[in-house]
Design a protein around this ligand. Structure first.
Ligand code: ADP
Length: 338
């Protein structure tokens, strides 16, 4: 009997996410230095007939870390197994994961900074010597079982590289930072996605959409999907400048890509803390946001735009932030600027 299962919005987004994932190096726009380095590492490893060194990618969510891992596995003609730091809860989970790998496989661990300390200790010999010692039983009856693992390549991804312990970090042969994307790169990514989704988009519309994407491909693609819905309901199915403007207005995203939560954070920084400097803890308490959310989601983009600055005493709102929110800038605040 077939079950007619409707997809939830998250499932549908995930499905589209994988549809839009770059399938070849040419589809992977930007990050040229990383691509070049990684390709050299892969070619050299292929020549030696060995798996390449373990790799660590860090950078904001949606910048293309997972997509890179998929491309590397494809280039190596290997399988890729995907998991995340918090999903590996017990030693048994790690052992099952590693013993199920085949020679040359790629193991991708997302949010690797969230892997627990005990598991991390077991991971060291696994990635260094491809073996794992498991202690079975307790006390004098305890026995050590040595597992020999297939040679694999670990690809770790993290948004918080500072939280990765030095011993783990030093075991990666390549550590690469993914950068925010330039306007032209985002336009290319959006055009490719529009072609795949069979959405007609005008050049002006593409320009505005790219500008509102927080320099991040995943956000660009998500906005494109939302705007496509508006075009289908309100327009003739073509994404025009007007459609983009009205849909961004509806989503409360302004012309530089700030959403309501970004603006609220800036407003709190300016009005409650007189523009700072303020520590992350106070800012989190005053805005009722998690520290992590501020650090990972809002702050990198606000800093990139130059709306927030960091001093030794904490965060400050810059004059640009005051101007953007149309709040009067006090001259004496200048002294906080870095
Ligand atoms: P991360 O793992 O860093 O969170 P992903 O690799 O999952 O990011 O990227 C999210 C989506 O953004 C992908 O499905 C893909 O469609 C798009 N994307 C990311 N980087 C690129 C890129 N360099 N070129 C084209 N599309 C990209």
């Amino acid at each position: 009997m077939s079950v007619n299962k409707k997809l939830s919005i998250e499932e549908a987004d995930e499905k589209i996410d994988s549809t839009l994932r770059p399938q070849a190096w040419n589809d992977y726009i930007g990050q040229e230095k990383i691509k070049k380095n990684v390709k050299v590492m892969i070619d050299a490893a292929k020549k030696r007939k060995e798996p390449p060194d373990h790799l660590l990618f860090y950078g904001n969510a949606g910048l293309g870390k997972t997509s890179l891992a998929y491309l590397i596995a494809k280039e190596l003609d290997s399988n890729i197994k995907i998991t995340s730091g918090p999903a590996i809860e017990r030693i048994g989970d790690l052992a099952a994961l590693l013993t199920n790998l085949s020679e040359g496989d790629v193991l991708f661990i997302d949010e690797i900074h969230r892997i627990c300390k005990t598991i991390e200790e077991y991971l060291y010999p696994a990635i260094e010597d491809f073996r794992m010692n498991i202690i079975m039983g307790k006390g004098p009856m305890a026995k050590t079982l040595e597992l020999h693992l297939p040679k694999f390549t670990l690809i770790g991804a993290t948004t918080r590289v500072g939280l990765i312990s030095p011993p783990l970090r030093s075991r990666f042969g390549g550590v690469f930072q993914l950068n925010f994307y330039a306007q032209m790169e985002l336009e290319k990514i959006l055009q490719r996605s529009a072609d795949i989704l069979k959405v007609k988009i005008e050049p002006d519309a593409l320009d505005i959409l790219a500008r509102s994407s927080r320099f991040t491909p995943r956000i660009a693609n998500n906005l494109l999907k939302r705007v496509r819905d508006f075009a289908e309901v309100e327009g003739q199915g073509i994404v025009t400048k007007e459609i983009v403007k009205s849909s961004l207005g509806f989503l409360e995203i302004d012309e530089i890509g700030l959403g309501p939560s970004d603006r609220r954070l800036l407003e709190i920084l300016i009005k409650k803390f007189k523009g700072g400097p303020v520590g992350i803890k106070s800012l989190a308490a005053a805005s009722a946001e998690e520290e992590d959310t501020i650090l990972n989601l809002y702050e990198p983009y606000l800093m990139q735009l130059g709306l927030i600055g960091r001093t030794t005493q904490g965060r400050i709102a810059t004059k640009l932030a005051y101007d953007h929110l149309k709040i009067k800038w006090q001259q004496d605040q200048q002294s906080y600027l870095i």
